[in-house]
Design a binder for this molecule. Structure first.
Ligand code: SAH
Length: 464
């Protein structure tokens, strides 16, 4: 097939990034925004030998899974990938994706998965769920200051202050910032020239506490007439923290390293379950607190703690899971690579009066093996853990880490995963080394996008 050629194709599958997949004469087409069950007219944009990317130009017959997008810029904006797929079909897609990886990469049979997989846990309200949003600020071709989200794979800003995934108050805050910039002649950053002041706006919202944080990322040392901005922003109910972060680098990293307080405190507080967390502009915090609470609840259930256990929480971030576990265990050790996250974790332990959690900074694949070796040298016996929880980034766990985990002979391993392909790979390794997959449940923490979380329980086989 050739570039710009028009074809008609029936969409029969969904690809990993949410695109529709169809076949024409054995040739595979990937069509963005086309929904499984649609018949569409599309134009070839990037032809390859056996497949091509195509752009949908016309829906000839609409899929029964197709729903109207809530957001007028759903197709242009890179934030959502599957807003036009009904929520039920989104869950079905995510379920199949995880199961597919467990079958193909993990080697599990469909019959076994039928037995051990719990039903996918979807969201009660699949919109307005994110507690965090980062809006880029720029200038459009007519010189107007705009904010919104980047289009997929580019840094072109699609103007939109009314994101359907974020909280409604984001819109009021952004309007105040745009008005302030216009009135006070504050410039927007330009990525190409490296000039201009305001780069991004970070907004965080505590769903339980209703506290709001606004942080402006600036390419300079201060924000002129910031008192005017503060005056307007503090009229918004719940405003708790107004800060700025200096980032002068020519980089895709959004936040700078330092935070300056313009008004209020430098952090907001929110809860997951009964545990209180202080969240600063630079802290990592789960973006969907309602689903996270359910997910951690199940992780705790899988850990099945009675109060005397030693537990490790690897890749612990700000100690979110560690503190959840500490309520029920004798001792919890958390390991995390980012030092500031460990500072937050220690602080979070303190404000919750949790004294049985200890935290280490470093790579899990170094800290745990080192601890294991040192323990044997000092105590003349092997270090033991009752339960090990891991929550790695997409690339999954290093084999050296999995090896040490197995050596520590925990009764149970609870694996929290944001990438089911690496989950399947790691569970397969653990399966070969004495650990059996007992249960798993998928959580949809990111509706309208293709991402998903999975929690799996593995138990030590009796004969091991
Ligand atoms: N369990 C936490 C965070 C999970 S995200 C929560 O639920 O909030 C994964 C975390 O792993 C991130 O905080 C990241 O900084 C950390 N990380 C990435 N690579 C790591 C490594 N090799 N060793 C330890 N932590 C790592």
């Amino acid at each position: 097939m050739n570039k710009n050629e028009k074809i008609i194709v029936k969409i029969e599958d969904i690809g990993v990034t949410g695109e529709g997949i169809g076949k024409v004469e054995g040739y595979t087409l990937f069509v963005k925004d086309a929904i499984i069950g649609d018949t569409v007219e599309a134009v070839i944009t990037k032809p390859k030998k056996n497949y091509a990317y195509a752009r949908m130009i016309n829906i000839i017959e609409s899929s029964k899974h197709r729903v109207p997008a809530k957001c007028p810029v759903a197709r242009q904006c890179g934030g959502c990938q599957i807003q036009e797929l009904s929520y039920e079909a989104q869950l079905d897609f995510k379920n199949k994706k995880v199961r597919g990886n467990l079958e193909r990469i993990g080697g599990f049979s469909p019959e076994l998965l039928d037995k051990i997989m719990e039903p996918i846990c979807g969201m009660d309200e699949p919109f307005y769920y994110r507690n965090k949003a980062q809006f880029p600020i720029g200038t459009d071709k007519d010189g107007r200051i705009v904010t919104g989200f980047y289009a997929g794979r580019t840094h072109q800003i699609i103007p939109n202050t009314d994101c359907a995934l974020g909280v409604p108050v984001n819109q009021d805050i952004l309007q105040i910032i745009l008005d302030y910039m216009n009135e006070c002649h504050v410039t927007a950053y330009n990525e190409e020239t490296g000039r201009g002041l305001v780069r991004h706006v970070l907004i965080r919202y505590g769903f339980k506490t209703k506290e709001i944080m606004v942080c402006l990322v600036i390419n300079g040392d201060n924000l002129p007439h910031s008192e005017k901005l503060v005056d307007k922003l503090t009229q918004i109910e719940g405003m708790t923290s107004i800060t700025y972060s200096v980032n002068r680098e020519n980089t895709n990293v959004i936040m700078g390293k330092e935070i300056g307080v313009l008004w209020g405190q430098g952090y907001i507080t929110d809860y997951i379950g009964d545990i209180k967390y202080q969240i600063s502009p630079l802290s990592f915090f789960q973006v969907n607190p309602a689903q996270t609470e359910k997910l951690y609840g199940l992780a705790l259930e899988y850990a099945d703690l009675k109060g005397e256990e030693t537990v490790w929480d690897l890749y612990c971030g700000i100690g979110t899971i560690s503190l959840f576990l500490a309520q029920k265990a004798e001792k919890v050790y958390g390991v995390e690579i980012v030092p500031q996250a460990i500072d937050d974790a220690k602080n979070n332990a303190k404000i919750n009066a949790i004294e049985n959690a200890e935290f280490f900074v470093g790579k899990a694949e170094e800290v745990l093996p080192d601890y294991y070796a040192q323990y044997e040298r000092e105590h003349g016996k092997k270090a033991y853990a009752d339960v090990i929880v891991v929550d790695p980034p997409r690339k999954g766990c290093d084999e050296t880490l999995l090896q040490t985990m197995v050596q520590m002979r925990p009764e149970r391993i609870v694996y929290v995963s944001c990438d089911s392909a690496t989950l399947a790979r790691d569970v397969k390794y653990l399966g070969k080394h004495g650990y059996q997959l007992m249960k798993a449940r998928i959580f949809d923490n990111f509706s309208q996008s293709v991402h998903v979380e999975t929690v799996a329980l593995l138990s030590r086989k009796i004969f091991n």
